[in-house]
Write a protein that binds this ligand. Structure first.
Ligand SMILES: [Mn+2]
Length: 313
């Protein structure tokens, strides 16, 4: 059995879609596979696209099983059920571990700088000439994962392949022309219905050398202004319970901006060091929107340019 799985902390729609759609492809090709994960699903997965309630298959792998990792390649963050020596394939779009996997797996490691790992899974279906057999659900999941991970095609990592994959998948899944708007509005409703859970499900602890605030939460919604109007005090309260030095990057698809929420001066100063921002009562707006991985890249570069001892502090 091939166990198709992803990271340990939570599943976003890209990881979730890739697990399901890639296991489906393997089964179509006569390789027994199942999509398995013990991680909770975050607010990027709409209720109506969930295949099995609020979790994936909780199958317990046997000593005979092999593992396929999707949307993750940093083995520190693999689902705990993974046995590293029995990983046979990796499909991912995060930088950092390309060499490691190329040495271990050769061409079975597919790590590309692309908007969504879902686009890579789409390419597998396409190459196998099996797209006419993909389930409507998997097509909808992959298409929506592309929307989410590319910020509706405005993210800096978006490629022409993402755009093309979405067009084909949206047709196969019969998605309407206004599906992107519908989808992000639905995410906003999910976030708004339980702010604390949504923050917890996309929160990362940043290392000092990142040059970023220690606690970094990120959420993507349709209209950030409305969300902030309704929930800003709850967000402030909940984030302050996690620590003093925190940042929320609230990405607003409708107006293509990031709202950075960081009340502490120490957190604001870290961001000021990386890009010009105008802080008003703990809030700064950045247009076009930015992803956490883009800020991390800026932070790491700034660290390397400074004096060596500023990196390790
Ligand atoms: Mn992804």
């Amino acid at each position: 059995m091939r166990v198709v799985t992803s990271g340990s902390a939570y599943l976003d729609i890209d990881a979730y879609a890739c697990c399901i759609a890639y296991a489906e492809l393997l089964n179509c090709q006569g390789v027994a596979a199942r999509a398995v994960s013990g991680a909770p699903l975050n607010a990027s997965i709409p209720q109506r696209l969930k295949v099995n309630g609020d979790s994936l298959d909780d199958y317990l792998p046997t000593a005979m099983d092999e593992f396929v990792l999707v949307d993750v390649s940093d083995y520190h963050h693999f689902d705990p059920l993974v046995v590293l020596d029995r990983v046979v394939e990796v499909i991912d779009h995060h930088p950092g571990y390309e060499q490691y996997w190329a040495q271990r797996l050769g061409s079975a490691a597919d790590i590309q700088p692309i908007g969504a790992a879902a686009t890579q899974v789409f390419q597998r279906w396409d190459k196998a000439d099996l797209l006419p057999k993909i389930s409507q659900q998997s097509a909808a999941l992959l298409a929506t994962a592309i929307l989410d991970n590319t910020l509706n095609f405005t993210g800096q990592m978006t490629t022409a392949q993402d755009v093309q994959a979405y067009a084909v998948l949206a047709r196969l899944a019969s998605l309407s022309a206004d599906w992107p708007e519908q989808y992000f509005i639905e995410c906003q409703a999910a976030v708004g219905s339980d702010i604390a859970a949504a923050l917890a499900a996309d929160l990362k602890q940043m290392k000092p050398e990142s040059g970023l605030p220690q606690i970094f939460a990120q959420m993507t919604v349709w209209d950030a202004d409305i969300l902030l109007q309704r929930h800003r005090s709850t967000i402030n309260r909940w984030m302050a319970e996690q620590g003093d030095d925190w940042l929320l990057n609230l990405i607003s698809i409708r107006d293509r901006k990031s709202c950075f929420l960081a009340p502490a001066e120490v957190s604001q100063a870290k961001l000021d060091h990386l890009l010009p921002l105008d802080w008003q009562a703990g809030l700064a707006v950045r247009k076009p929107s930015m992803l956490r991985k883009e800020l991390l890249k800026l932070g790491l570069c700034a660290g390397h340019q400074g004096a060596p001892n500023t990196i390790v502090q």
